[in-house]
Design a protein around this ligand. Structure first.
Ligand code: ADP
Ligand SMILES: Cc1cn([C@H]2C[C@H](O)[C@@H](COP(=O)(O)O)O2)c(=O)[nH]c1=O
Ligand code: ZN
Length: 208
């Protein structure tokens, strides 16, 4: 692969929940550390699942992170570092406002390698901004799949559960959680309401 030398770049790690996005982010960070590069890691204030100042994977690995207000212009605080680190990593990007796209591009324009991780679909199977815009802007995109909790096939979707049952389609988009509230599912096993299969749900989404 031709290495980029005249600017930084953006790498996006996306896909469903439980697909290994944070594990992959941590793997890349460990390699940067071994290479002696300066590294800064950021996470949104809304996600406090693994303690206030760490990012963590579903299998328990962690890394210290700076917490950033995810709403409005909050992500612009990431640009306060002087000089910018060689590597900036941002986890749970799906919680950040669209200002994150501007931040990632400003860092990359100034020579930083930016690694962004986040799920690209809401529990309804819709694009989860700002991931789609970041994926379009990035130099490199990896879309990972988990294992479907129902059938064992590759899973691209996020099934939200309310006390073991699928959530209703009208639920608000943001709900911080892990295996108590979500499952990874394939397209065929993903449902939006109890008792309804995804084919009907897809029709519902395209009705209006
Ligand atoms: N359905 C699943 N498919 C794959 N891995 C799963 C699943 N449920 C739990 N896991 C665990 O989650 C780990 C990935 O965690 P993590 O990197 O935090 O994922 P993500 O950041 O994509 O949510 C896997 O290595 C595995 O131990
Ligand atoms: C699908 C979906 C997810 N979320 C939340 C749930 C988790 O807190 C994160 C995703 O974490 P992961 O590291 O990718 O496992 O996002 C949400 O708020 N709304 C949704 O529709
Ligand atoms: Zn399935």
């Amino acid at each position: 692969m031709h290495a980029i030398t005249r600017s930084g770049w953006i790498e996006v790690i996306s896909g469903s929940m439980f697909s290994g996005k944070t594990e992959e982010l941590l793997r890349r960070l460990r390699r940067s550390e071994i290479a002696g590069q300066s590294v800064a890691v950021y996470k949104p204030a809304v996600d406090d699942r693994y303690g206030e100042t760490t990012i963590g994977s579903h299998n328990g690995r962690q890394w210290d992170a700076t917490v950033v207000d995810n709403e409005g212009d909050g992500p612009l605080a990431i640009l306060d570092d002087d000089p910018y680190p060689e590597v900036v990593a941002i986890d749970e990007a799906n919680f950040f406002s669209d200002a994150l796209v501007k931040v990632c591009n400003a860092l990359a324009d100034n020579g930083t390698r930016v690694i962004v991780s986040g799920t690209d679909q809401t529990f309804r199977g819709e694009p989860f901004e700002p991931l789609p815009e970041l994926m379009a802007t990035a130099e490199y995109v990896d879309k990972l799949q988990a294992i479907c909790s129902q059938c064992g096939e590759p899973a691209s979707r996020n099934q939200r559960l309310i006390e073991g049952e699928p959530a209703h389609v009208d639920d608000p988009t943001i709900l911080v959680g892990a295996e108590e509230s979500y499952e990874a599912r394939c397209r065929d096993c993903h449902v939006l309401r109890t008792g309804e299969r995804s084919e009907a749900d897809r029709a519902y989404l395209t009705d209006d």
